[in-house]
Design a protein around this ligand. Structure first.
Ligand code: ACO
Length: 324
């Protein structure tokens, strides 16, 4: 029995904002952004392209790629930190939109590690025999969570969604092989988006909606120490070597972070595909969008071993090893 990804999909909003466009909004320039982050442009919602809309588009593309009907889905798990509504969950709204009437649906919040944690959750449900076919997605409208007057953060993020179909296949080998995850709530203040204060008959908070705040250098240090560590852990656990891995598909936060991780692991940059130059950091959507691009460009072959690794707010992190 193997638990495999049998289809992928993604959606990016139509509006593209390049660095020069951002320099008309905040005091920044293309050279600074490219040098510090590698980002050239990002896609931003035009309004109708909210988290549910984008997740639905990505889900439909993934169903088509897997060549299955929505009614075959036992479960839908959407990872997001920027849902359109608290209730219903994004996954329930996606279910309604695609007609997956048999599916049980819930969202998870693990920030930029969200898609990875959704993949782990799907694997666990399938392994326990509680589901056979699961749609997982990462979808974010971060442009609604960003302070557009803060040049140190608004230049980093973009909107988008990616999805995958995970299915139990009898008589197959490969698929999901191993996972390493972790969290550290004691460092939560390093990257926050605090939402609303408490307003009730007992308490009147002055706090209104908050935006993404980040200690950029602390996040940088966290990423370049934690990701190499968990990649080493997963290789040790599976008795594999870096040469056995075709691609390391990392959360697309910053080119300099990925370069330093590659250097620390002594792995060539050719094994670290990137698309953050075009999309910026789309949090939980970045890994499935990149996975879908590789899949659609026929860069993944049956039997390839790939490591997916996410890191982000919470703090949260993880790596998953799959055989395509
Ligand atoms: N344009 C021009 N100048 C800027 C900008 C900007 N957009 N933003 C900050 N600056 C200035 C600062 O004001 C500062 O000026 P000063 O020296 O006169 O005070 C100078 O540039 C350096 O600022 P730093 O914050 O020290 O810049 P740093 O080199 O650390 O780069 C960055 C900032 C890109 C955010 C970096 O810390 C980083 O990559 N951190 C990782 C965080 C990340 O990628 N987060 C993504 C979200 S989290 C996640 O996905 C896990």
């Amino acid at each position: 029995m193997a638990v495999r990804i049998i289809g992928t999909g993604s959606y990016l909003p139509k509006n593209v904002a390049d660095n020069n466009f951002l320099s008309t909004i905040v005091d920044t320039d293309d050279e600074w952004i490219q040098q510090r982050t590698g980002i050239k442009e990002r896609h931003l919602s035009g309004g109708k392209e909210g988290t549910t809309y984008m997740a639905t588009q990505a889900a439909e593309a993934a169903l088509e790629s897997a060549d299955i009907d929505a009614e075959e889905l036992d479960m839908i798990i959407v990872a997001t930190v920027s849902a359109d509504t608290y209730v219903p969950s994004t996954s329930c709204s996606v279910q309604g939109n695609i007609g997956a009437s048999r599916a049980t649906c819930f969202d998870i919040n693990a920030a930029c590690s969200g898609f990875l944690f959704a993949l782990n959750t799907a694997y666990a449900y399938i392994e326990m025999g509680m589901a056979k076919t699961i749609l997982i997605a990462g979808a974010e409208t971060l442009s609604r969570e960003v302070d557009w007057s803060d040049r140190s953060s608004c230049i980093l993020f973009g909107d988008g969604a990616g999805a995958a179909i995970v299915r139990k296949e009898e008589g197959e080998s490969g698929g999901f092989l191993a996972s390493v995850t972790g969290s550290d709530g004691s460092q939560g203040e390093v990257l926050t988006c605090k939402g609303r204060g408490i307003q009730n008959p007992f308490h009147h908070s002055k706090r209104r909606k908050d935006y993404i705040h980040m200690d950029g250098q602390a996040v940088f240090r966290f990423a370049v120490t934690t990701v190499p560590r968990c990649i080493k852990q997963i290789l040790k656990k599976t008795e594999l070597d870096t040469e056995d891995i075709k691609y390391f598909i990392l959360h697309q936060a910053n080119e300099r972070i990925i370069e330093l991780i590659a250097k620390r692991l002594k792995i060539s940059m050719g094994k670290f595909p990137m698309n953050l130059d075009r999309y910026g950091n789309t949090s939980s959507a970045s890994i499935p969008i990149l996975l879908d691009e590789l899949n659609r460009n026929d860069l993944l072959e049956r039997g390839d071993k790939i490591i997916l690794s996410g890191f982000g707010g919470g703090l949260t992190w993880g790596a998953v090893l799959i055989e395509w």
